[in-house]
Design a protein around this ligand. Sequence first.
Ligand code: ADP
Ligand code: MG
Length: 696
Amino acid sequence: MRPEILFPLFKSITSLPGIGPRMEKRVEDLAGPHVADLCWHLPAGLVDRRYQPKIAEAKDGEIATITVNIGSHIAPPSGNKRLPYRVWVNDDSGDMALVFFHARPDYLHRMLPEGETRIISGKIEMFQDAPQMSHPDHILTEAELDNLPLVEPVYPLTQGVTQKVLQKAIRGALKQLPDLPEWQDPAWLAKQGWDTFNKTLARAHAPEDLADLDPNSPARCRLAFDELLANQLALALVRLRMKKQPGRKIVGTGILRKKIEAEIPFSLTHAQNMALAEIDGDLKAPWRMLRLLQGDVGSGKTIVALLAMASAVEAGTQAAMMAPTEILARQHLETLLPLCKAAGISLALLTGREKGKTREALLSSLAAGEIDILVGTHALFQDDVTFKNLSLAIVDEQHRFGVHQRLQLSGKGGAGTDVLVMTATPIPRTLTLTAYGDMDVSRITEKPPGRLPIDTRILPIERLSDMVEGLKRALASGARAYWVCPLVEESELVQATAAEDRYAFLKAIFGDTVGIVHGRMKAAEKDEVMQKFIAGDISVLVATTVIEVGVNVPEATIMVIEHAERFGLAQLHQLRGRVGRGSGKSSCMLLYQGPLSETAQARLKIMRDTEDGFIIAEEDLRLRGAGELLGTRQSGLPTFHFADLASHANLLAVAHDDARLIIERDPELQSDRGQALRTMLYLFERDEAIRFIRSG
Ligand code: ADP
Ligand code: MG
């Protein structure tokens, strides 16, 4: 249960001043639904009002705070809305005009009564050599001067939310911050010179100069560390809990594996063998496997997964493998089916499309243990899916799933299910730690032999027609090509429309050999098109990023990506990995719409210069920061309010060690510090892990 002292922070933002029903949605989209979310919304800039010149000295373009006498109001000639309303003000050095467009005279007379003294603050502009100020940010009486923040934080905004509204709401939110217990080790705090959490947060919201906005400022470092510790502690608790449960000793006979290995036309690479050995070690051991298998696109994870599952079957148990999309699940089925047949393993598919009688029949043979390996999508999670004896759960392309789903899937097999998570998105080490700090990691760092390098080119969209000519020639000699259309963030519809347009354009040129798949098509339609592409009945496949993950058509050797500048590098890498899978020489055309920013240029250049996913991932993190790394919020990677992994990688390492140490000394978080740490987990909403302390 969330500690009572935190209740005020988890009230709705509508409890804050100035946030009514109209504002609620906007502020929620910007920061989040709770008061706490506004506390975490840090300024991105500041306005310094400490410059207090006389009127005559006021410099053009500066923010100035000036004490003035109010002179006359000059309304524009009636009816002329384009001319401003002016209020003349003066001090002993001179006078200037305050300028208002679309003015409401009665309001201005109230705010600026003639003959009185006011303090105004705003930007000085020179107009015909005389200073003026349009729409001062603040107009105060001398008595109100104390209310004027001399340095004002400037918050990231969104459409329809003004700085004033947000500042007021955030001030209100910060007032709700309770007296929190200290959860950090005092010696470490002293060493870093860090203040208490509350003082630190207050400071982060009241920057005095630009250095205070730097991720390396003491305040931002402490907040980042708190957040990273919460993340690492939560993962350490999950790990502790998973490891504490007795695993099952799965010892295969090797019989099925031999049969499978006899069927595949290649032998495993050294890296594949190493990974398999690590997995075997976990399967045999009495503890539960919790392992991440990282391997670049095309590094051959699927066969490793199958051989691991074969061991589970040899031991008389079942295995499951989950893919993030229908296309992928089907593809796994097709890859695995001939191998399983040869080995006498019974394999079945369960997706959202298996319905009614088919589904019932499938579920009952699953429960009876007649199915050895079940491949599927999220449908595997459904409550009525029960295995007779699931010992190994594999999640493919994990970056689409979070910790939560990981736990859910492993729950299917009861306590001891071994979990193997496979990801083809090589993520930087720091991110691996934040997302998978609970897991052991195996990496396949080498590709199967004989792969030709992919010729990657960067072209402006203006060269489209040249490219189409080139494509014509390639298709004439039997090539197959993917054509990926612009990614439109958050809108599958716009994305699909763009793809449809391009499809029409290409169809006009290449005729019936062009097909299209996108996320708004029915699964059956998508499959049909994919099948045609696999069979070679169509040779140009126009697609949105639905083909990003895992699709395997070795005959495809050309990848065209439009608006490559809009994609994350990891995504481009994934997409490019769709080609270069067979023996033919492959190429990748990155079409961009200029002009490109320096960062965008650097990013595309990395794509041209290397195919090593791990290098690409590290560079992407460096250039863009973790937030954008995978392009989408649904990436399943944890998000941070304060921590910026490009800047705080060193803090993450400390947090990781600290978390493991804490768990070693106080696994149930019972000590005073342990109790405070619980509060911290709740504060940062990583409290799901707390459930594991007692149960199990
Ligand atoms: P990913 O790691 O991206 O899931 P896949 O498992 O789909 O990669 O493998 C990509 C291709 O490489 C497949 O066609 C697979 O049969 C082939 N492959 C896998 N391992 C080897 C190997 N050791 N030697 C040659 N080809 C291999
Ligand atoms: Mg794969």
